[in-house]
Design a protein around this ligand. Structure first.
Ligand SMILES: *[C@@H]1O[C@H](CO)[C@@H](O)[C@H](O)[C@H]1NC(C)=O
Length: 498
């Protein structure tokens, strides 16, 4: 078939039309895509999905190698995003390079700045963050990206690389018990997966995970980070991709180290109190207490309705308070025994002794019964009849304002106490003249006290009524031993505490 000239011209026109149409529509598509990109062009050369911001938080303003750390990362990638975070403007000033990808974040709010300016997440727009301790050198390019890639391929929520210093990381198990205010470190069962690391490490974590913690940048970072991550059940994988130490490491003088350690201890103490950790146990049995002592106030408010404040917070008696109660009970019982005052474990204290040989883990005082006629045998009790007596070990003996009983406080400032309830026999029944509105505050047959029997309690042997199961059922009702309950279930019950 032969084509006419006219047909050829028509075909050419249609083809040209189609070409123009495709060109214009592609142009429009590109423009639309362009307007959708809100972010500025990416700074880093690395794959966009494993970009990592270097975050330097753990350093001392008075002596640090932060400029060297920053320079070492910029050396391998001049566009590496770096954030140096400090509470307030470091002094003496940090010599940081004036490039837009290195920023200083001041975490204390400033009167003339918006709240976002003091929030560290404002400064991070990458998917990952590397928490880099002072004194760390990036020695090879792409090391952080490799860590981020490892993080994508593991069930751990964080990865860590050692910094080759004298303080290599130690992989640990960490059990945090919020209800009992405790943190316990132990050997990690499954290294290189750890709950916590001790020592110098670079940690890479997803940005959204880091800033979803309760206190993402609280110092000391190693204590704060792993307490928070282990509570969430996140583990950290220790990698073998070591970083080098800085050429001029920080804290090189003994004085600088002493100062840093001193300030570190203050920070650690404040952090653990803030996080509600009152007893930290280490591998090997060393214990650190963060809580009330003889010179501090009792660490909970005056108890209302038999229900201490901590029960409403879903927690039990702080360990320091239990310890102070044990100490007070031991002291008081020692004094009573020396003065030949007949006493016995009463109420909740007897219940605890029978259940597990100790104070009930949510109890807030210790109760003892005594024979009223024996009060005269004891100098401290005689003194308490007329005023308040501070004995030679600092315990305070007094007549309770609430009723006809004695109270021995741990100290003049710390009002944790042992209550002594005087009873007298009448026709074979132990009775008293004033009663509190408590189910267990009732008369009972004297034969429970003949004889008294020794029972393990709070780390020593104390006297208890014989046949104590029947004694307790008389006071608290059947099943009291087997079915633990908070002191006032109408206000707060054990079952409803979650
Ligand atoms: C933040 O944590 C909460 C639980 O603590 C979780 O429900 C939420 O999904 C987390 N958000 C992100 C962005 O991971």
């Amino acid at each position: 078939m032969r084509l006419t000239r006219c047909q050829v011209a028509l075909a050419a026109a249609i083809t040209l039309n189609l070409l123009v149409f495709f060109y214009v529509s592609r142009l429009q598509q590109q423009r639309r895509r362009g307007s959708r990109a809100i972010r500025p062009p990416r700074l880093s050369h690395s794959a966009p999905d494993s970009r990592v911001t270097v975050l330097i938080r753990e350093f001392e303003a008075f002596d640090n190698a932060v400029p060297e750390v920053v320079a070492s990362f910029l050396h391998h990638d001049p566009t590496q995003p770096i954030v140096v975070a400090a509470d307030t403007l470091p002094y003496p000033p940090l010599a940081l390079p004036a490039v837009p990808n290195v920023r200083l974040a001041l975490l204390h709010p400033s009167l003339d700045q918006p709240a976002a300016a003091s929030q560290p997440e404002t400064y991070v727009d990458t998917e990952f963050v590397a928490l880099v301790p002072d004194g760390t050198r990036a020695e090879s390019p792409g090391q952080l990206q490799r860590m981020a890639e490892e993080l994508k391929n593991t069930h751990a929520r964080l990865v860590a690389s050692p910094v080759a210093t004298a303080n290599p990381p130690h992989c640990m198990a960490l059990e945090v018990n919020l209800r009992e205010w405790t943190a316990s470190y132990g050997p990690a069962p499954d290294p290189p997966f750890c709950d916590a690391l001790d020592g110098e490490v670079v940690v890479v974590v997803r940005t959204r995970d880091l800033f979803n913690l309760s206190l993402p940048l609280a110092r000391p970072m190693s204590t704060s980070l792993f307490l928070q991550t282990s509570v969430r059940g996140w583990s950290v994988r220790l990698l073998d991709l070591p970083f080098a130490p800085a050429r001029q490491p920080p804290l090189a003088t003994a004085h600088a180290r002493w100062k840093a350690e001193k300030e570190g201890r203050v920070r650690r103490d404040a952090l653990l109190r803030t996080l509600g950790m009152r007893l930290v146990s280490w591998e090997g049995g060393r214990q650190e207490w963060f809580g009330c002592g003889k010179e501090t106030a009792r660490c909970f408010d005056t108890v209302v309705g038999d229900t201490p404040s901590y029960l409403y917070e879903g927690r039990w008696t702080p360990p320091c308070c239990l310890q102070a109660l044990r100490e007070t009970a031991r002291h008081v019982i020692g004094v009573l025994e020396a003065a030949r005052v007949r006493y016995w474990l009463e109420g909740g204290s007897l219940l605890g002794a029978v259940r597990h040989g100790d104070i009930i883990p949510w109890d807030y005082d210790v109760d003892l019964g005594i024979y009223l006629e024996d009060v005269a045998n004891c100098e401290q009790l005689r003194g308490a009849e007329v005023g308040s007596v501070v004995d030679e070990r600092g315990f305070v003996w007094e007549k309770a304002v609430e009723g006809d009983f004695f109270r021995v406080q741990y100290s003049e400032t710390n009002h944790l106490h042992v209550d002594l309830w005087p009873f007298y026999p009448r026709n074979g029944v132990m009775t008293k003249d004033t009663w509190l509105d408590h189910r267990q505050d009732v008369e009972f047959p004297e034969h429970f006290l003949h004889p008294l029997v020794p029972l393990q309690f709070a780390g020593f042997l104390a006297q208890a009524p014989n046949n104590y199961r029947r004694f307790l059922e008389l006071k608290f009702g059947p099943g009291a031993i087997e079915n633990p309950e908070y002191p006032n279930p109408a206000l707060k019950s054990l079952a409803g505490s979650g």
